[in-house]
Design a protein around this ligand. Structure first.
Ligand code: BES
Ligand code: MN
Ligand code: ZN
Length: 511
C-alpha cells in the first residue's frame, strides 16, 4: 500500500472511498444524543445526515456505514467510521478507526481510499489535547497499514484483496501544524513497516522459518537497513559456554541461531547501550515434557519475542536515534529426540550458574538466560527482553495486556512513557526477591520450572538471576502476540506486539 498525505478540502478529492470518523455523544444524561462527525464540511454532513439522525448509525467503535455517490462530493463512496464514545476518545481509537476503514474496503474490492484527518473545529478542547496532531497522524497510518495485511499467502486460491493506495487528508489551514502531521505520518510508516515485518516472520510456519532461516531473514533486513549483523551456530554457543541455550537446541535436527544485530550511530561512543533480547523458539513441542496435541500448531509463534526485536531494530535503523543498540536473538527449535535434554539434567549457563531442568517445556527462560547474560558481556547498560514465555501470563492478564516485569523503577517509567505513544497494553507484575524460593533447587542454583502458582513470576525470577544489577524490563507477550479473534480493524493472526513500544523506549535514552 502506497500512503500519501495531502492538505486540501475533502469535498474536492476524487477517490473510490472517503472515510470520515464519527463519535458517539450519547451518555447517561443524554441517551438520545446523535453521533457527530469529526469532519465539518457541509457536503459530508449533508450526505451523512439521514444515517446520523435516523439512529441507524451509532458510531460504536468499529461500526461502519457505507453510502454510494454522496451528493456534492468528488468521492465515489462515503464511509462513516465509528470511534466509540466521545468521552473515551484517544489516538488508540483513531488507530482502530483507520484500520476499520481499510478492512471495510478489502472484501468490496475497493483498492484505494482516503481518510479524513479529524478536524480541529470538530473537536472539543479536551480532544484537541487527547489527539495531538503528530500522534494522531501516526496512529492513522499505523492502523491503516496494520489492517492491510491478510494471512492468505499460503492459499493457492488466494484472492488478492490488497489495497494499493491510501491518502490521508489533512484540512488545509487547520492547526498551523502541517509539519507535525507530516512528522507523525512519516514515523507511522516506519513503525508500521517494522511491525508488519515482525508479523510476517511470526506468521511463517515452523517448517519454513527454522532458526537458520530466521537468521538469514534478520541478516537480509540488517543489510538493507544498514545494520551490522552476525549469525552464529552451535559452535559459538559451545565456545561461549551457553550451556542453557545449547541444551534447548540439542534435541533438534535444525541448528540453533544466535543472532546479533548492532545499531551504532556515528559519533556516539559513550552513554548507554540498549540491549534487546528476544526468545526465538521457531517451534515449541515442549521437548521430552511434550505438549498435548491440541493447539500445539500455534507454537510456531513462539519466536514472536525475537520477531519484535528484529522489527524494532528495523524501525530504529530508520528513525536513527542518537543511542547505541544491540539486539541478541536466541533461536532454536524445542524438540523431543534421542539427543534432547531431559528432566533432571543440570545445565551450566554462560554466567556460570547451574539450572536443574524440571520441565523441558520451560525452554524460553533457558535460551534467554544466556541471551541476557551475553548482552551484558557485549556492554549493554539497559536490557529489555520479549518472549512468549508462559501460559500462566495469559491466564493472569488475558489477551489485552502483556506482562511487564522489571528490576528498575526508572527504566519502567521510561518504558511507560513510550507506551503512552505506542498505545500497546502492558501491565506490571511483581518479581521481588521474596519470590526467589519459588525457583529453589535441591541440587543446583535454581530449577527451570517452579510451582504452577504465579508461573509467569517464576519465569521472570529465573531471568532476573541473569541480569545482575543492569536495569532490565521483561515482557511476557504470550497472550498478545497472536490475535485470536477477528476484529473490524485487525485480522486473526500475528500482532507484532512490542515493536512500537520497544522502539519508543530506546528513543527515551537518546543523547
Ligand atoms: N511457549 C510456551 C508458552 C506459551 C503458552 C506461549 C501459550 C504462548 C501461548 C512456553 O515455552 C511454555 O511452554 N511454558 C510453560 C512453562 C511451564 C512448563 C513451567 C507453560 O506456560 O505451560
Ligand atoms: Mn515451552
Ligand atoms: Zn516456548
Amino acid at each position: 500500500m502506497e500512503s500519501k498525505l495531502v492538505f486540501q478540502d475533502v469535498v474536492g478529492l476524487p477517490t473510490a472511498l472517503l472515510a470520515v470518523f464519527a463519535v458517539d455523544l450519547a451518555g447517561p444524561n443524554d441517551a438520545d444524543a446523535l453521533p457527530v462527525l469529526l469532519t465539518t464540511s457541509d457536503a459530508v454532513t449533508d450526505a451523512a445526515a439521514t444515517f446520523l439522525t435516523g439512529g441507524e448509525f451509532k458510531a460504536k467503535l468499529g461500526e461502519t456505514m457505507l453510502l454510494h455517490a454522496p451528493a456534492g462530493l468528488k468521492a465515489e463512496r462515503l464511509l462513516l467510521v465509528g470511534l466509540g464514545k466521545a468521552k473515551s476518545l484517544s489516538v488508540n481509537e483513531v488507530r482502530k478507526g483507520a484500520g476499520t476503514a481499510v478492512r471495510a474496503c478489502k472484501p468490496r474490492g475497493i483498492r484505494e481510499l482516503a481518510i479524513a484527518f479529524p478536524e480541529d473545529h470538530a473537536l472539543s478542547d479536551e480532544h484537541l489535547e487527547t489527539l495531538p496532531c503528530s500522534l494522531t497522524a501516526r496512529a492513522l497510518v499505523e492502523g491503516a497499514e496494520l489492517a492491510e495485511l491478510d494471512w492468505d499467502t499460503y492459499k493457492s486460491d488466494r484472492k488478492d484483496q490488497s489495497i494499493t493506495a491510501l491518502t490521508l487528508v489533512g484540512k488545509d489551514g487547520d492547526r498551523s501544524t502541517k509539519a507535525e502531521i507530516q512528522e507523525g505520518f512519516d514515523e507511522g510508516i516506519i513503525l508500521a513497516d517494522a511491525q508488519n515485518f515482525a508479523r510476517h516472520l511470526v506468521n511463517e510456519p515452523g517448517n519454513v522459518l527454522t532458526p537458520t532461516v530466521l537468521g538469514a531473514r534478520a541478516k537480509a533486513m540488517c543489510e538493507s537497513a544498514g545494520l551490522a549483523c552476525d549469525v552464529y551456530g552451535m559452535d559459538k554457543l559451545k565456545e561461549l559456554g551457553m550451556g542453557s541455550f545449547a541444551a534447548v537446541a540439542q534435541g533438534s535436527a535444525e541448528p540453533p541461531a544466535l543472532i546479533v544485530m548492532r545499531y551504532e550511530p556515528a559519533g556516539i561512543t559513550d552513554g548507554p547501550i540498549i540491549g534487546l533480547v528476544g526468545k526465538g523458539i521457531t517451534f515449541d513441542t515442549g521437548g521430552i515434557s511434550i505438549k498435548p496435541a491440541e493447539n500445539m500448531d500455534k507454537m510456531k509463534y513462539d519466536m514472536a519475542g525475537s520477531a519484535a526485536m528484529i522489527g524494532a531494530m528495523k524501525a530504529i535503523a530508520a528513525i536513527k536515534p542518537r543511542v547505541r543498540v544491540i539486539s541478541v536473538v536466541c533461536s532454536a527449535e524445542n524438540m523431543p529426540s534421542g539427543t534432547a535434554f531431559k528432566p533432571g539434567d543440570v545445565v551450566t549457563a554462560m554466567s556460570g550458574k547451574t539450572i536443574e531442568i524440571i520441565n523441558t517445556d520451560a525452554e524460553g527462560r533457558l535460551v534467554l538466560a544466556d541471551g541476557l547474560h551475553y548482552a551484558r558481556t557485549l556492554g549493554c547498560t539497559h536490557l529489555v527482553d520479549a518472549a512468549t514465555l508462559t501460559g500462566a501470563c495469559v491466564v493472569a492478564l488475558g489477551y489485552l495486556n502483556a506482562g511487564l516485569f522489571t528490576n528498575d523503577e526508572q527504566a519502567w517509567a521510561a518504558f511507560m512513557k513510550g507506551v503512552e505513544k505506542s498505545g500497546e497494553g502492558f501491565w506490571r507484575l511483581p518479581c521481588t526477591d521474596d519470590y526467589k524460593p519459588g525457583i529453589k533447587s535441591e541440587i543446583a542454583d535454581m530449577v527451570n520450572s517452579g510451582s504452577r502458582a504465579g508461573g509467569a513470576i517464576s519465569a521472570a525470577m529465573l531471568l532476573k538471576e541473569f541480569v545482575g544489577d543492569t536495569p532490565w524490563i521483561h515482557l511476557d507477550i504470550a497472550g498478545c502476540a497472536w490475535n485470536e479473534e477477528l476484529k473490524p480493524w485487525l485480522p486473526k493472526g500475528p500482532t507484532g506486539v512490542a515493536v512500537r513500544s520497544i522502539t519508543e523506549w530506546v528513543r527515551t535514552y537518546e543523547a
